[in-house]
Each structure stands twice: as structure tokens, then as C-alpha cells.
Design a protein around this ligand. Structure first.
Ligand code: PMP
Length: 445
């Protein structure tokens, strides 16, 4: 029997990002997982249609990762005391930079996507200040962007619900570009990049940059593909143009690849998929197959080199930042084993191939169903957008999520969008099951 099964409705655990009142009426608790499936407290199998939280790329309970963790625990269980580190952290960093785009060749580790974003924002400020440009302290994010829950992340993030409980206690100098979705131009996207008639970045050039003066802007941060908002895809050429604009004004470009990193686009990073190299790239989630917390920032050598050029004596810290668990050997051992497994099983290419199967199934099955107003597929993820219920935004997708769960499939509601982004080991019958279950729920709601 699962721990305290009779009390999931009253227990002490306050669930994050979950309607707790509803959860307590209908607890959904996992007690085991393997491959594509969870086992629930009431003994059912639920197929994992969203790689848990976009993080379990290689599927659950993979022996090589678990073995590596056990071995590391028995060898060196901790080893990031500041002023000293461990060999696994070097190994993981080298493997990560070997996969990274362009000349991104230094890794600062942390434990989550939120910490990675705050680390990148702090590094941007510190870098400019070290170059004598401390006036560069404006950050530009994008409407509906999700960058975690630190104060930096919710400030540059563009989801009002993540901010409204905290009033004006945000980073002070932040602006947001318009969102990258226009239903009139890109409601249905089937495995290709959306093409827009107008230029979504004109606003950045004509309103936002002149307003702040580009010489005051430290960094622009975007998710290459807006994941948490509901898998919204950048218009063709958007990221290239953004790179050009940033270069023109000496602004750092940060890609938040917490979701898109390590295979979700069928490539190492979305940066590779779109052929654009940022100055910093944040990652977490799939780097350890979700098994153990690990995140980080991969940055261009020029940022590291600049910070090393300090006039301060050699015993002084150059960038005053870090966490007790930065580069934790057990997390890094998990990363090393995970990245080896992705390579051995060629899982990033497989993600791209199975993503096409998923996209085909979405378009063939959902187009024309009641309340479906958009379908987007690219990489190993697909989204179906639903008309909101009047006066109750998000309720239709939430009800569909609950119904799918009861019928054995974990899908992801995001506003009035449902996303499926399975582990890269997904097989065709899994996709059929996920899509059939979702279609049944859409018809009912
Ligand atoms: N950035 C992006 C793009 C994300 O999708 C997420 C999490 N979904 C985060 C940051 C935050 O990551 P974490 O939950 O690990 O703090």
C-alpha cells in the first residue's frame, strides 16, 4: 500500500502549481514508474504523454542512469564545497559543452531552470559592469514567456498569473516584446515553421529599444519555442532577426532552453534547430532525464574571460554566485549517464522522427473536432488549442486533463491548450493511445 493512502486528501503536502482544493477531492498520486508509464496509488497504469514535466526524455527507470547514480553515491556523495569541486562536474560540463551550439564553452551549474534563469540574468549584469557598462541593466522578455519562479524569472517572464500575487516587487527595468502567436496567420502548424506576413520584431526596434535606449539594455531572454504557454512556435526567421538586432546594439541574447534543450526539437538544442547561437543558454530538466535536479547556464567564453579580467587579487571570487549543490557529483553522474544514453540510443533523432508521427496524428484526428481552434506540431511535441469556455478560461483544458488522467493518459493543460510531448522512446501504439484518449475527451468537453 502507498504511504498514507487514506490521507492524500488531508496530508501535509502542499502541491505546487496545482489546484489543491480540487486535488484533495480526487488525489492523483504516483507510486512507481517504468518506461512510458506511471503506476498510480490505486494500482492503475497511466501513460506519460508529457515526459512528466518535459524532463524524462529517455523514459522512466532507465538502468544505466540509476546504476551511475548508485555508483556515484558509493564513491563520492558530495563534493562542491566552493574553492573545491569534483571530477564528475568537469565531466558533465565537458559533455554538455560538446553538445552546445557555436562557441558556448563554459557551464555554470545550478539545480533548476529557475535558478538557471536567475544565474543568466545576474551574469549578464555582472558582465556588462565588468566591461564598464554598468548602465546596461534593462532586460527584455516576451509576453507569455515562462522563465521559472525566481524573482528574475517572473519579472522577465510574461505570465501575469505568476506575478499578480507579488504586486510591484519585481526586477525594476524590464520590458516585454509581443507574443509570437497570431491565430490569423498561424493557427494550424504542421511540422513546419510558421510564416507571418508582418514582422513581429518591428515593435522591438521601433518601440521598446528606443524607449529604453539600446545602450541601456543588458539582455533579451526568450524561449526559442514558448513551451509552458502551450507550444507556440516562432515565425520563420524570427530568432535570426533577434540575433541580428542584439548584435547591432551589443545586447546579450539568452535562449531559455529548459524545455527545448537536449533533444525536444530532434536536435541537441533549439539553437541548432533554428541555426542561431545565443550568448547564453539555460538548461535543466532532460539533462538528467528528470531523475535528479540539475540545471545550468552554458555561456560564450567571452563572458568567462571578461569576468576573469578583474583587477582584484587572485584570491578574490570573480563572479560572486553559486549554490550549495552547484555541480553536485550525484546530479552530474546522472547527467553523464543520461547524455551517454541519449547518444547510444540515438534518441534526439528519434525524437524528431516520432514528433512527425505525433504531429500527423494530431492533425488527422483533431482537425474539425468541436471547439478545436488550432493545432501546432514541431519537434517532439504537439498542441491542440481549444476555444475557452465563456467566463472560465482554462477550464475546458483542465477538465480534459482530468478526464484523460482518469482514462489512463497524462497530458498537459496550458491555458486552453493541451500539449503532448512524450519521452523520446515513444512508440506508435503509445501515440495512438494518447491521441485517441485525448480525442475522446475533446468530444465530451
Ligand atoms: N524556463 C523554462 C523555459 C521552463 O519551461 C521552466 C520550467 N517549466 C523553467 C524555466 C523553470 O524550471 P524549474 O521548474 O526547474 O525551476
Amino acid at each position: 500500500m502507498a504511504y498514507n493512502e487514506t490521507e492524500f486528501d488531508t496530508g501535509s503536502h502542499w502541491l505546487p502549481f496545482t489546484p489543491n482544493r480540487h486535488f484533495r477531492k480526487e488525489p492523483r498520486v504516483f507510486v512507481a514508474a517504468s518506461g512510458m508509464h506511471f503506476t498510480t496509488h490505486d494500482g492503475r497504469q497511466v501513460i506519460d504523454g508529457i515526459s512528466s514535466l518535459w524532463c524524462v526524455g529517455a523514459g522512466h527507470a532507465r538502468a544505466p542512469i540509476n546504476e551511475a547514480i548508485k555508483k556515484q553515491l558509493d564513491t563520492l556523495d558530495y563534493g562542491t564545497t566552493f574553492q573545491a569541486t569534483n571530477d564528475r562536474a568537469f565531466e558533465a560540463a565537458d559533455m554538455i559543452t560538446a553538445l552546445a551550439p557555436g562557441d558556448l564553452d563554459k557551464v555554470l551549474f545550478c539545480n533548476s531552470g529557475s535558478e538557471a534563469v536567475d544565474t543568466a540574468l545576474k551574469l549578464a549584469l555582472a558582465y556588462h559592469r565588468a566591461r564598464g557598462e554598468g548602465h546596461r541593466n534593462v532586460f527584455i522578455g516576451r509576453e507569455r514567456g515562462y522563465h521559472g519562479v525566481g524573482f528574475g524569472g517572473i519579472s522577465v517572464g510574461g505570465i501575469p498569473a505568476n506575478r499578480k500575487a507579488y504586486g510591484t516587487s519585481m526586477l525594476p527595468r524590464v520590458d516585454h516584446m509581443r507574443f509570437i502567436h497570431d491565430p490569423a496567420q498561424a493557427a494550424y502548424i504542421h511540422g513546419e515553421e510558421p510564416v507571418w506576413k508582418d514582422d513581429p520584431l518591428l515593435e522591438l526596434e521601433q518601440r521598446i529599444l528606443p524607449l529604453h535606449d539600446p545602450s541601456n539594455v543588458a539582455a533579451v531572454i526568450v524561449e526559442p519555442v514558448a513551451g509552458s504557454a502551450g507550444w507556440y512556435l516562432p515565425p520563420k526567421g524570427y530568432l535570426q532577426r533577434l540575433r541580428e538586432i542584439c548584435d547591432k546594439h551589443g545586447i546579450l541574447l539568452v535562449f531559455d532552453e529548459v524545455i527545448t534543450g537536449f533533444g525536444r526539437m530532434g536536435t541537441n538544442f533549439a539553437a541548432d534547430f533554428y541555426g542561431v547561437v545565443p550568448d547564453m543558454l539555460t538548461f535543466a530538466k532532460c539533462v538528467t532525464n528528470g531523475v535528479i535536479p540539475l540545471g545550468g547556464v552554458i555561456c560564450r567564453g567571452k563572458l568567462y574571460d571578461q569576468m576573469m579580467k578583474t583587477d582584484a587579487p587572485e584570491h578574490m571570487v570573480e563572479f560572486f554566485h553559486g549554490y550549495t549543490y552547484s555541480g553536485h557529483p550525484v546530479a552530474c553522474a546522472a547527467a553523464v549517464a543520461t547524455l551517454k544514453l541519449y547518444k547510444e540510443e540515438n534518441l534526439f533523432a528519434r525524437a524528431g522522427d516520432m514528433g512527425k508521427v505525433l504531429g500527423d496524428a494530431f492533425h488527422a484526428t483533431f482537425k474539425g473536432l468541436p471547439n478545436v481552434v488550432g493545432i501546432r506540431s514541431l519537434g517532439c511535441a504537439a498542441a491542440v488549442e481549444l476555444a475557452p469556455i465563456a467566463g472560465a478560461p482554462g477550464k475546458r483544458a483542465y477538465d480534459i486533463f482530468i478526464d484523460c488522467y482518469k482514462r489512463g493518459a497524462l497530458v498537459r493543460p496550458a491555458g486552453d491548450v493541451i500539449v503532448i510531448a512524450p519521452p523520446y522512446i515513444v512508440e506508435k501504439p503509445h501515440i495512438e493511445q494518447l491521441v485517441d484518449t485525448l480525442a475522446g475527451s475533446i468530444r465530451k468537453h
